[in-house]
Design a protein around this ligand. Structure first.
Ligand code: NCD
Length: 312
């Protein structure tokens, strides 16, 4: 695998190999000395042209634990704010001998575009409303772990609802592709105004009524209402949104035994998710964050690692 641009073209075998390797990588997290020599001498640049806390930090930690040199570049504080084009910025960084770029950009398709310009490996860390493949991989990792720990088997036949602002989300696309590849059933839940155009061609279940599907779910994945991307009124008020689409205290109690809650973060508590749900025993939110580092280590190693194998 040369780049990780999306989950759409990720094969079943590649996806599974990333998840399995992440399991080995996660062992590093529990060690006192969190360092593997696997990517020593490699240089990874996190080029973030959009705000991020967890994704950027998680990639940086993942690179560091694999002994790579990781450097962060953000739009603010770089020549982008002086009007330099994305192409010139990326070619400039590439010319310094970078081995991989982790890119976040507000434009859909930006990561694929950069892959055509530079020689380095590209990992898409979120491009506009398109894809965010490592998020879907870490979600899958967390879900798989939860199902194993609770004796519920694998992905086959599992109903995973992705609920909320699907229109502005890149997490939903990556999750739909990956869940379908792994054999689970994605169920999309959103008000009609927040459903992406062409969603009926994705081959998934779609409903505007959360309550109708709630009790049969294995996972309720709540997505953030992305107000920074909204130009107009997509729903009446946050209160009404929460009443219809939030994982409220009342809905939490109606989830079936063994069902779990996911959220990629950052959360709007009281809007798409109540504090009761975010902090519930069956909430995987912090486990998702922990898994994120292991999954990103796995992805970095898969793209950049030597043939010698890893010494854990
Ligand atoms: C998501 C993103 O930026 O796409 N967050 C994340 O990466 N953990 C979702 C969001 O911003 O709501």
């Amino acid at each position: 695998m040369r780049h990780l641009l999306g989950c759409r073209d990720l094969s079943y075998d590649d996806a599974l190999a990333i998840l399995d390797l992440a399991e080995q990588m996660q062992q590093v997290q529990f060690r006192q000395v969190k360092k593997l020599p696997a990517l020593r001498g490699r240089t990874i640049v996190n080029a973030f042209f959009e705000d991020s806390t967890r994704t950027r930090t998680s990639f940086e930690i993942a690179g560091k634990w694999l002994s790579a040199d990781t450097i962060n570049v953000s739009a603010r504080g770089s020549s982008v704010s002086k009007g330099e084009s994305l192409r010139d910025t990326m070619l400039t960084l590439d010319a310094m001998g970078v081995d991989a770029f982790v890119i976040r950009h507000p434009s859909s398709g930006a990561a694929a575009q950069v892959a055509g310009w530079v020689g380095a490996h590209i990992i898409n860390a979120g491009d506009g409303q398109h894809e965010h493949p490592t998020q879907a991989l870490l979600d899958a990792y967390s879900m798989r772990k939860h199902w194993r720990e609770t004796g519920q088997g694998g992905f086959e036949g599992k109903r995973v609802a992705i609920v909320g602002d699907l229109l502005h989300s890149r997490v939903v696309r990556s999750n739909v592709y990956l869940l379908q590849t792994l054999g689970a059933t994605p169920v999309l839940v959103a008000p009609a105004t927040l459903l992406p155009a062409g969603v009926d061609t994705w081959g998934v279940e779609i409903t505007t009524d959360f309550d109708e599907v709630l009790e049969g779910l294995d996972i309720a994945m709540m997505l953030r209402v992305q107000r920074e991307r909204m130009a107009g009124g997509f729903f009446p008020t946050p209160r009404e949104y929460s009443d219809a689409y939030g994982l409220t205290f009342e809905r939490l109690s109606r989830l079936k035994q063994g069902a779990a809650i996911c959220h990629p973060g950052p959360m709007n508590r009281g809007v798409e998710i109540s504090s009761a749900a975010a902090d519930a025993v069956n909430s995987l939110v912090l486990d998702q964050v922990a898994s994120g580092v292991a999954v990103r280590m796995s992805v970095l190693y898969t793209l950049l690692g030597s043939e010698e194998g890893i010494r854990l």
